[in-house]
Design a binder for this molecule. Structure first.
Ligand code: ZN
Length: 207
């Protein structure tokens, strides 16, 4: 198992890569990984430009989202409650969140829906457990909200309906995805970002 410092370096690389792709504008987005002790978490602190994010901008929290003592002076991401809710699933080791233009626009356009159906695309095979493009994956879509405690409850209640889907959209806001490692969570973000951009382009040519 990787040690905590190695996990944090891996997560930092992902943050910089996502920022370079334009998926983390204006200090937005947040990132976390389960620490090797399995019951505390490393998470990005609030309000930092993700292009300039450093190892010292990570902080550690408990399962309730409270800063561990050494990080009491820092503020965790505003969306920490979503991360701690997701980590109640012991299979989740890393959670990543992007604010790309395609996911923001597409989820806003379709904000009346409860989920987005993905099928027929080769890149679906980038999701864990998917071995053919001939599959249907439903990506849940939730209304955006600033009451993160309430939103987390709503998401937590709905996710068991989507057992094959390692992510969800927030309307007009962005994408969350997770996985059993940072590398797989990153791959899941890339798959969903790619497919949502495909759907957006398809809609624009079909109009
Ligand atoms: Zn966000």
């Amino acid at each position: 198992m990787e040690d905590k410092q190695a996990l944090q370096r891996d997560l930092l690389n992902v943050i910089h890569w996502f920022h370079a792709r334009g998926w983390a504008a204006a200090t937005s987005t947040n990132y976390s990984v389960r620490n090797p002790d399995q019951h505390t978490y490393t998470i990005s602190r609030s309000g930092v430009d993700k292009g300039a994010f450093q190892l010292s901008d990570f902080m550690e929290i408990d399962a309730q989202g409270k800063a561990l003592e050494a990080w009491n002076h820092l503020k965790p991401s505003a969306e920490t409650g979503i991360h701690t809710m997701l980590y109640q699933n012991p299979d989740i080791q890393a959670i990543l969140h992007t604010h790309s233009i395609p996911c923001t626009v597409y989820s806003y356009l379709h904000r009346a829906k409860q989920s987005i159906l993905l099928n027929g695309f080769e890149l679906l095979k980038g999701l864990e457990g998917v071995h053919t493009h001939e599959t249907e994956i439903e990506l849940p879509l939730f209304q955006n909200a600033q009451d993160i405690a309430q939103l987390s409850l709503e998401i937590g209640d709905a996710l068991p309906n989507y057992p094959r889907t390692p992510g969800f959209l927030l309307a007009g806001h962005g994408l969350y995805a997770w996985g059993p490692s940072i590398a797989v969570a990153k791959r899941h973000i890339e798959v969903f970002e790619f497919l949502i951009e495909c759907l957006l382009r398809l809609e624009s040519v079909q109009r």
